[in-house]
Ligand binder design. Structure first.
Ligand SMILES: N[C@@H](CCC(=O)N[C@@H](CS)C(=O)NCC(=O)O)C(=O)O
Length: 235
């Protein structure tokens, strides 16, 4: 166990992988052994991944003999195993702790459903020719309406936090989770103009070394274009 024994398998542009990488960087473990897989080459179904995670999903993480799958579990594991290393992702004080875990789980559950499942995956799973149809357009618009309501909640949470961190006084697990979802909105074309506090949050935290250093490499190569920008003009 320890930095020398850690290994992360990850894919570029995966929100769950990014979360694990931000947490590792915050804990001071950003230079551990890492293997970058390519989704297009089914790297997530390779023997190496399947042996660690029978779901064939990344991130998958190993610390010596301890295997941890699931991005949230990786973050919680790092905090439990290395409480005194780097940033405290979970505060000591009970009321602060309650707030951080609530916001982290609230962000994970709701934003994963409303951004990833109901907008992005919903579009990707609809054959391109059907995306012009009335049925798809109506359903997508409804999902965008739900997402706008959801974003108002996060706009308020961020506005109420004076520290610039959503979970309270300092950077925490709640920011690890929230930031990656906000970045997805921007990646897919949202201007965040209607959410000025979220926009400020996105810009400010984007300069944090753990986030800047782990920003998905292929996102840096250039923005999405055309119809791929699902949220352009909508959010
Ligand atoms: N709940 C998991 C989700 C992991 C996940 O869905 N990873 C995606 C990449 S973003 C993946 O490996 N998908 C391949 C597949 O499910 O076959 C986590 O948070 O780690």
């Amino acid at each position: 166990m320890g930095k020398e024994d850690m290994h992360l398998i990850w894919g570029s542009g995966s929100g769950p992988c990014w979360k694990a990488m931000i947490a590792l960087a915050e804990k001071g473990f950003d230079d551990i052994e890492k293997t970058l897989i390519e989704f297009s080459k089914k790297g997530h179904k390779s023997k190496e991944v399947m042996e660690l995670n029978s779901r064939g999903q990344v991130p998958t993480f190993k610390d010596g003999d301890i295997i941890v799958n699931e991005s949230m579990a990786i973050c919680l594991y790092l905090e439990k195993a290395y409480p005194n290393s780097g940033t405290k992702l979970l505060p000591e004080e009970v009321a602060d702790y309650a707030k951080v875990i609530q916001l982290a789980i609230e962000a994970q559950e709701n934003l994963n459903m409303k951004i990833m499942i109901k907008c992005i995956y919903f579009t990707w799973m609809t054959p391109e020719e059907k995306r012009e149809g009335k049925e798809f357009i109506e359903a997508f618009e409804n999902n965008i309406k739900d997402l706008k309501e959801e974003l108002k909640i996060w706009e308020k949470h961020v506005k109420e936090s004076e520290s610039g961190h959503v979970g309270g006084k300092a950077f925490s697990l709640a920011d690890v989770v929230l930031y990656t979802f906000v970045a997805y909105l921007v990646r897919f074309g949202s201007s965040l103009d209607d959410y000025p506090n979220l926009l400020k949050y996105y810009k400010n935290l984007g300069e944090r070394p753990s986030i800047a250093k782990t920003f998905p490499p292929h996102w840096k190569e250039g923005p999405l274009e055309g119809k791929k920008l699902l949220f352009k003009g909508a959010l």
